[in-house]
Write a protein that binds this ligand. Structure first.
Ligand code: NI
Length: 225
């Protein structure tokens, strides 16, 4: 499932991010990719150790945690520290796979279940730069307002189209979910959202409580902790 999370960052925060990011030195994005990706990747990234990247990444995760749909949709177990990239002057990233298992700085392994792109440039600022994601329902093009985020299964082949005018600035990162299987995660999300709507209408009726119990029992059966 692809899910659009609107207004993860508000306009003032986006402006603050951009003031800091636009003043940074960017490095070749091929430093953080495997052999397949390196052949098709043509963009710039912030050095992952840069204090600005670390601080802004923490702000992204704090904002995401406040978003009403995030926990319900992602059921996150661990999240990679957010990275930042920039495409300009024809920069693009051809169709590629994201590595399924990442070696984190602390020596641990993280399975990438969900990929996130947080847009930090308004669509009018640049031409091209659509995120194109293949899934079982075909090919989807995504270009969101600054501050909005798209969540999609890391199992999908995806690309970023060439940026022919202006610059596309974004943050991107991966999530290991409590629920490895996308179909199960989607069912839990739909069940949770339905329960929340029922609770808003009916309060804690016995049937709402029973459905909530069912949700948690499914989560208990399927989650990997
Ligand atoms: Ni990718």
């Amino acid at each position: 499932m692809m899910l659009h999370l609107a207004e993860v960052l508000d306009q003032a925060t986006v402006a603050d991010f951009r003031a800091q990011l636009d003043a940074m030195d960017w490095v070749d994005g091929r430093q953080t990719v495997g052999a397949q990706g390196a052949r098709v990747k043509q963009n710039q990234q912030l050095d992952v150790r840069s204090p600005v990247a670390v601080a802004l990444g923490q702000q992204v995760l704090a904002a995401l945690a406040r978003h009403p749909l995030y926990f319900s949709a992602a059921l996150p177990r661990r999240v990679v520290p957010p990275l930042f990239n920039r495409y300009a002057g024809g920069g693009q990233y051809g169709f590629h796979v994201d590595g399924s298992v990442r070696h984190e700085a602390d020596g641990s392994l993280l399975r990438t279940d969900l990929s996130c792109t947080l847009f930090l440039a308004e669509p009018e600022e640049y031409d091209g730069g659509e995120l194109v994601v293949h899934d079982t329902y075909g090919q989807h093009e995504v270009k969101l307002p600054a501050g909005d985020l798209i969540l999609y299964p890391s199992s999908s082949l995806h690309a970023v189209m060439p940026v022919t005018r202006g610059a596309r600035v974004a943050s991107f990162f991966w999530i290991q979910s409590l629920i490895r299987d996308d179909a199960r995660r989607v069912q839990l999300f739909e069940l949770d959202q339905t329960i929340q709507r029922l609770r808003a209408r009916l309060g804690d009726e016995a049937e709402v409580l029973q459905l909530t119990n069912l949700y948690h029992n499914l989560l208990r059966q399927w989650s990997e902790v």
